[in-house]
Design a protein around this ligand. Sequence first.
Ligand SMILES: [Zn+2]
Length: 193
Amino acid sequence: MKNYELKLPDNYREAFVVDATDKKLAVTLNVVNLIIAAAVILISWLLIRPQNLMESLSLSDYLIFLGCLLCYLVLHELVHGAAYKLLTRQKLTFGLTLSVAYCGVPDIYVYRRASMISLLAPFCVFTVVFGAAVFLMPTPQEQFCAAILLALHWGGCVGDLYDTYLYLTRFRSPLTLMRDTGPKQTFYLPQES
Ligand SMILES: [Zn+2]
């Protein structure tokens, strides 16, 4: 099974566009992002019950937390990029706007299986990393900080999860192609008959 096409085959037609630079979609995704993150932080607080959180964290703890968050933002996109690179060996594009950081592979059309692997790679990798950190941190306060990173990660994956949702509902055909420029994903299907 091929992972991608260099040119859109003649019988394919555009079926759906997800454009994160579209204001309405950007606002919706960011609101859902905040709701997911807030819910996970609240549930973690109730489960871990970190006592005297503010007093028990030092300045270096805050700096480490911020450093982890910044590294995560970059690594999330690099994991998308690594998956795309392994599966397609094509030129990647990276970028940052006010509402999204992105990685795309703009010159080709990627089949559903390879596309889903690239979409979900950061979600899976960092769910394991931050999930493990929640359990391995020595104090409840540090466990809660790791849980905040997990919460921000899950919220931040909302765009990737939306594309995955589309693959699981509307675009279940393995023949589905996607062009991913980074902030914008276009789904293509072969025309019937
Ligand atoms: Zn992503």
